[in-house]
Design a protein around this ligand. Structure first.
Ligand code: CMC
Length: 452
């Protein structure tokens, strides 16, 4: 157990915000191995020790050496990153140093995508070129349309999205050139550009509606809304409030450092697989109900509860361990998720236009009870990003099973920024954890007729 008294104050709470410059540090962790009585000094850098430094700690020359055991990466930093900073205790989220509330207030999703990818906010000229490049890659190959046609009428949109993103790999063999910066950037344009089109096609396929082609004169979210909702009219009239609200939701979902799906993106990418298949894997991880699939689960839960007066009863089931309060709790945030705060404000703007979603009252009651209840207070469980996002998406007319697809569109820029950073990082190698083997020692094969 590290002696916390010797560590820098900041590393005692939340995530260590490293200097990123590395550099020599005089700080050491003194370890005594009680098996051998030997002492070791392990260098501390950016609030971490290197797990590989543990390997020198052995009981004999034949011993493999000490390893850390950390299922689910509860306390393991898998990389050094400059993309996103979270302090879970304080409820802070920053992309490249910019607080999430400032970005949600003043930026746009595409500008945030540029920021995540390049590390700096773009100049006007750089932004224009970035938007142009992404807009020019919104079209899907007609064979992808045919590919999507083959899904069942009731296929889950996330299943369709995951398969279609993976299938894009077969259309762009140049994507395998992951060490070529220019080729990488082309795939980044393609993926950010095409995700809304794939998502819209998933939606239209479910409804048996003809696919709507992208329109280059529209904004990123405006074009998406047009591909979703356009019917026979020559030009879909986009409501600026909904267009902006969706853009804000996309900003809030754009990145979240080393979450489950981003870890998958980096892990698949570490074998130098192309970004289309890596992103299909990341999106598959997002689909799960404990991750991005939670927004869909929240809506199902609120519908199941049905009315405000049933909330108390539901909370009892949660406290008995029979149910989980979906949209609550987070591995990193032990305080109010800053994204959930902004989403609540966005909800008010959307409801002014669409009328109040009746599920909001149930959600507010759940939050009210949970924030005061000892079970939740003791475990530091607060609403997360998924608690309110579904209520807004529903008010905007999206079906429940499309919610995670919306999350995936937004997270594309984060996945790709983290993938690029991983490829550029000299410390990184193919991701390959160790295990503690607890199975049988060697034993002899027994022929079938001799087995008990
Ligand atoms: N409802 C009831 N109890 C909970 C909840 C919840 N939502 N979340 C955690 N707990 C309890 C859990 O049972 C455990 O209690 P105990 O100590 O008595 O065993 C304690 O709190 C710690 O929970 P944990 O499962 O060990 O925490 P974790 O860090 O492994 O899990 C989580 C984090 C997000 C998976 C979990 O909080 C959860 O399942 N939440 C509901 C699903 C959800 O909303 N997911 C979206 C996360 S945010 C967006 C995203 O990542 O995509």
């Amino acid at each position: 157990m590290p002696d916390l008294t010797t560590m820098p104050a900041e590393s005692k709470t939340g995530q260590q915000q490293g200097t990123m410059g590395g550099g020599e540090t005089p700080e050491r962790l003194l370890v005594t191995d009680t098996r051998t009585g030997k002492e070791y000094q392990l260098p501390i850098s950016d609030g971490t020790i290197k797990s590989m430094d543990l390997r020198q700690i052995k009981v004999s020359d034949q011993d493999f050496g000490l390893m850390g055991y950390d299922p689910a990466f509860m306390n393991t930093a898998s990389c050094r990153s400059k993309v996103t900073f979270i302090d879970g205790d304080k409820g802070i989220l920053r992309y490249r140093g910019y607080p999430i509330d400032q970005l949600a207030e003043s930026s746009s999703y595409l500008e945030v995508a540029y920021l995540l990818m390049h590390g700096e906010l773009p100049s006007s000229a750089a932004m224009k070129e970035w938007e142009r490049n992404i807009t020019f890659h919104t079209m899907l190959h007609e064979n992808i349309k045919k590919f999507m046609d083959s899904f069942n009428y009731d296929a889950h949109p996330m299943g369709m999205l995951v398969s279609t993103v993976g299938a894009l790999s077969t259309f762009y063999p140049d994507a395998r050139d992951v060490h070529n910066a220019e080729a990488r950037m082309l795939q980044i344009f393609r993926l950010i550009g095409k995700m809304p089109t794939i998502a819209a096609y998933c939606y239209r396929h479910r409804r048996g509606l003809p696919y709507v082609y992208p329109e280059n004169d529209l904004s990123y979210t405006g074009n998406f809304l047009s591909m979703i909702y356009k019917m026979a009219e020559p030009k879909y009239q986009i409501d600026p409030v909904l267009e902006r609200a969706l853009d804000v939701l996309f900003i809030l979902h754009a990145d979240h450092e080393q979450n489950c799906s981003t870890n998958v993106m980096r892990s698949i990418g570490s074998s130098f697989a192309d970004p289309f298949v890596a992103m299909a894997g990341a999106a598959a991880a997002l689909y799960g109900p404990l991750h991005g699939g939670a927004n869909e689960e929240v809506l199902l839960m609120l519908n199941e509860i049905g009315s405000k007066d049933k909330v108390g009863e539901f909370i009892k089931h949660v406290k008995n361990g029979e149910r989980r309060l979906m949209g609550f709790g987070h591995r990193v945030y032990k305080n109010y998720d800053p994204r959930a705060k902004i989403i609540k404000q966005t909800a008010d703007q959307v409801f002014e236009l669409t009328g109040r979603n009746k599920l909001l009252d149930i959600a507010l009651e759940l939050e009210h009870i949970a924030l005061e209840d000892e079970y939740f207070v003791k475990r530091r469980l607060y609403p997360n990003v998924d608690f309110y996002s579904g209520i807004i998406y529903q008010a905007m007319g999206f079906p429940t099973d499309a919610f995670t697809v919306l999350f995936a569109i937004a997270r594309t820029s984060g996945w790709l920024a983290q993938w690029q950073e991983m490829l550029m990082d000299a410390d990184q190698k193919i991701a390959r954890p160790r295990q503690v083997y607890l199975g049988y020692d060697e034993r002899y094969y027994v022929p079938r007729d001799k087995r008990p």
